[in-house]
Structures are given as structure tokens and as C-alpha cells.
Design a protein around this ligand. Structure first.
Ligand SMILES: *[C@@H]1O[C@H](CO)[C@@H](O)[C@H](O)[C@H]1NC(C)=O
Ligand SMILES: *[C@@H]1O[C@H](CO)[C@@H](O)[C@H](O)[C@H]1NC(C)=O
Ligand SMILES: *[C@@H]1O[C@H](CO)[C@@H](O)[C@H](O)[C@H]1NC(C)=O
Ligand SMILES: *[C@@H]1O[C@H](CO)[C@@H](O)[C@H](O)[C@H]1NC(C)=O
Length: 379
């Protein structure tokens, strides 16, 4: 029984580690950016951040009913997308949580990092203000009245998320050396889900066209910065019909969606489409998938039963005027609902979205290729 001496154990574990590394060499890593649709606990690390979900009833359907910081009853889109595309069960951990574990930091980042922060947006200033009320301006666009929060609501802006990624790139290079690091970084998938909060916070009276131009320009800069750091494969998720979420529906006395808000979400998609076509033709090696979250969500709202939902208007937890918290009303059949709370989808809805963008055929929901094809491209 002495065959397994220390030497043998050492050899075996080395062999096993080598095998695991080989097996994973083909699996892309995931770097995830954006807002609460993709946040898996970033904001738990921010003191006095208003946009936090690490409290009940969030996470009620997560293993052990744990509130993890996800704005969902269970998993969110970041988890469910990576689960479709690789051998991941959930999203990579938040950058700010990984930072706290210095001993394992360098090992953990090699499979990806999640930088997404609830409340953040494409603009640096998004997320520091509080959504107060919505009014329709006479210029035809919707506008919200804002109250500045004295830095209380600070979130991690997309710009800052990309700066954090730059640090991670340096750390990866330290671990793997330049050639292998380049390979890992260029073959990873960059999932970005952002834009809703910018729309929600449009300053009163801004013309839609001017706003969309500014979004286009700023988003393009973010993508270029990621490109400069070595990113090549982009999975972009556009803005859902936020005019239909419970928090915005309350501004329509007949309970319908608020179309002027949805019109901006549609304009956002068009701008993202044009932007990515241009970006991929201008910058060598760029591959992308653009998911049409507007159209995906609208097809559920228009055909709830066919998509397996019974309620596509009201929040399962809380309602259109109050956020989800312990003690607020909570629906029993969470899988029947499109909306988990006043702004966010249920796990069931995120799961359907993840399946759609991973496997849909044709340009209706995702173009020019679906996310599973994007994952397979070798750069
Ligand atoms: C990651 O890189 C940054 C910037 O170079 C450095 O300050 C930090 O110590 C690195 N982290 C680790 C765990 O090495
Ligand atoms: C309010 O909802 C109704 C449908 O119930 C719709 O016809 C109307 O256009 C909506 N109003 C706005 C401002 O979007
Ligand atoms: C939303 O919930 C709050 C708190 O439970 C309650 O006071 C309010 O009346 C509810 N609003 C609607 C429209 O049901
Ligand atoms: C989408 O993904 C599936 C599975 O990878 C693939 O078979 C299919 O051809 C793809 N469709 C399109 C149009 O990209």
C-alpha cells in the first residue's frame, strides 16, 4: 500500500492538473460587464450603494434560498448564458469579491470575471441619481425628474468596469506570460448588458436623437477600449422594453406599456446594430453577437401562454411602486411571471432569454450569429 508515496501523489496531481488545464484550454473564459441584469454581487461590496439585492426575497429560489446580490428570485442572465455556452454552472464571481481573496485571485481570474454593477450605465454619471417620476415631455420623448443623491448611490460605471478589466489583464499576463495571456484574452467572450439605466435617467426634455447619438458615441468608445486591451468576441445584449416593466407601467393610467420609453429602447437597438456593424468592419478580428432583448421580451409579452407565462405585467415581488423586500407581497408561482420585481425579470424569463440567444436561428432575436456560434469562433 506504499505505492502512493508523496512522489506519486505529487505526480498524479500534476498529471490531473495538466489534464484539467488541457480540457479547459478550449473553453473560453467569460468577462461580464453591465448593470443589474448581470450583477452577481458586485454591489454587495459597495458601502451605502442604493442598488443592492443581497436581501430577501431576492434569491428565494437560489440554492439554499440565498440572497446573493442578484436582482432575481434565482439565477440571472449572466449565469444562465454562461451555462449554455461553456462548462460553467454560474457566472464567474464579481471582481470586487475576488479582490478580497488575494491568495486565490490570480488562479480564479483565468476563467473569467464579472464586473457588472446594478444601477450603472453607459454614461459615467448614470446610477448616481434616483428615479423619481416619469413625465412625458412635449418634445415627444419621455423624461424623468431626477433627484441627485449626494454620492450615496455610487455604482461601478462601465468605464470603471473596463479599468478594472485592464488590471485583470495585467494580472493574467503576470500569471501566463504575454503569449498565453493574449490567447486567453482574445478568445474569451465579453458579455455586455447595459443601457436601461441610461434611458431611465434621461434628463428632462432631452431629444431622443441627441440622446441616442451620445449613447452611440460613448458605447463605441467603451468597445474600442476593450478592443485595445485584447477583447475580440463580443456578446452584446440590447435594452429590453423598459416601458413595459411594472415600475414604468404605473405611469400609464390604462396599465399598458409606456410607448415613448419603448421607442427609445427600439432606437437603442438600431444604434447598437449600426455601431457593431461599423465596429466589426473597422477593427480587425472583431466577432460579435447582438441579442435583441427588446424583441425577445416583446414576444413574451405578446404571447405569454405560448411562452409558458401567465403574468407578464405585474411584479412577483413588491409592485410597480415599491422594490422587492422582505415583507412585501410575493407571488407563489414564480415561474408564471415575467417580472420578478419592478424592473427585473424572473429566473424563468432569463432562462428563456439565455436559451434564445444561445441557439436561435436567423436574425430575428440574435445577429449575425448566435452566442453559441460566437463561443466556438477561434480568434
Ligand atoms: C493585479 O495588478 C495590479 C496592477 O498591476 C496590482 O496592483 C495587483 O497587485 C495585482 N494583483 C495581484 C493579486 O497580483
Ligand atoms: C397606455 O397603454 C395603452 C394600452 O393599454 C396604449 O394604447 C397607450 O398608447 C399607452 N400610453 C402611452 C403614453 O404609451
Ligand atoms: C404597492 O405596495 C405597497 C407596499 O406594500 C402598497 O402600499 C401599495 O398600495 C402597493 N401599490 C399598488 C398599486 O398595489
Ligand atoms: C445557432 O446555434 C445552433 C447551435 O449551435 C446552430 O446549430 C445554428 O446553426 C445557429 N443558427 C444561426 C442562424 O446562427
Amino acid at each position: 500500500m506504499a505505492i502512493l508515496t508523496r512522489g506519486w501523489i505529487g505526480f498524479l496531481s500534476l498529471a490531473i492538473i495538466a489534464f484539467i488545464n488541457l480540457a479547459k484550454a478550449d473553453e473560453p473564459a467569460f468577462f461580464i460587464f453591465g448593470d443589474s441584469t448581470a450583477d452577481v454581487g458586485t454591489n454587495n461590496n459597495l458601502k451605502e450603494c442604493g442598488a443592492r439585492a443581497d436581501h430577501r426575497y431576492n434569491g428565494i429560489d437560489y440554492p439554499n434560498s440565498t440572497p446573493t446580490g442578484r436582482f432575481s428570485n434565482g439565477y440571472n442572465s449572466a449565469d444562465l448564458i454562461v451555462r449554455q455556452l461553456g462548462d460553467f454552472k454560474i457566472s464567474p464571481p464579481p471582481f470586487l469579491s475576488l479582490l478580497k481573496r488575494t491568495r486565490t485571485f490570480k488562479r480564479n481570474i483565468l476563467r473569467g470575471v464579472n464586473f457588472a454593477s446594478g444601477g450603472s450605465g453607459i454614461f459615467k454619471e448614470t446610477g448616481r441619481r434616483r428615479f423619481v417620476s416619469l413625465s412625458l415631455s412635449d418634445k415627444g420623448g419621455p423624461s424623468v425628474t431626477l433627484v441627485e443623491k449626494n454620492n450615496v448611490g455610487k455604482v461601478v460605471s462601465l468605464e470603471k468596469q473596463i479599468q478594472q478589466f485592464a488590471t485583470v489583464c495585467g494580472n493574467i499576463t503576470e500569471v501566463l506570460g504575454p503569449a498565453e495571456a493574449d490567447h486567453l484574452i482574445s478568445n474569451s467572450i465579453y458579455i455586455i448588458s447595459v443601457g436601461s439605466n441610461d434611458i431611465i435617467e434621461i434628463p428632462f426634455g432631452t431629444a431622443t436623437e441627441k440622446f441616442i447619438n451620445k449613447i452611440h458615441f460613448t458605447y463605441a468608445n467603451h468597445l474600442k477600449n476593450l478592443y485595445k486591451l485584447g477583447a475580440r468576441k463580443f456578446g452584446i445584449i440590447s435594452v429590453p422594453p423598459i416601458g413595459c416593466c411594472p415600475a414604468v407601467r404605473v405611469y400609464n393610467s390604462s396599465g399598458g406599456c409606456v410607448d415613448p420609453v419603448n421607442a427609445i429602447a427600439r432606437a437603442f437597438y438600431k444604434a447598437a446594430d449600426a455601431l457593431l456593424q461599423h465596429f466589426s468592419s473597422e477593427f480587425k478580428g472583431v466577432k460579435y453577437s447582438l441579442a435583441n432583448a427588446y424583441h425577445m421580451t416583446m414576444s413574451i409579452i405578446d404571447n405569454p401562454i405560448a411562452n409558458g407565462f401567465k403574468d407578464v405585467k405585474t411584479a412577483c415581488c413588491g409592485n410597480g411602486t415599491v422594490a422587492c423586500k422582505e415583507g412585501s407581497n410575493l407571488c407563489a408561482n414564480r415561474n408564471d411571471y415575467l417580472f420578478w420585481d419592478w424592473f427585473h425579470p424572473t429566473q424563468a424569463a432569463s432562462e428563456l432569454a439565455a436559451l434564445t440567444l444561445a441557439f436561435a436561428e436567423g436574425p430575428e432575436f440574435v445577429k449575425p450569429v448566435n452566442f453559441s456560434q460566437l463561443a466556438r469562433v477561434v480568434v
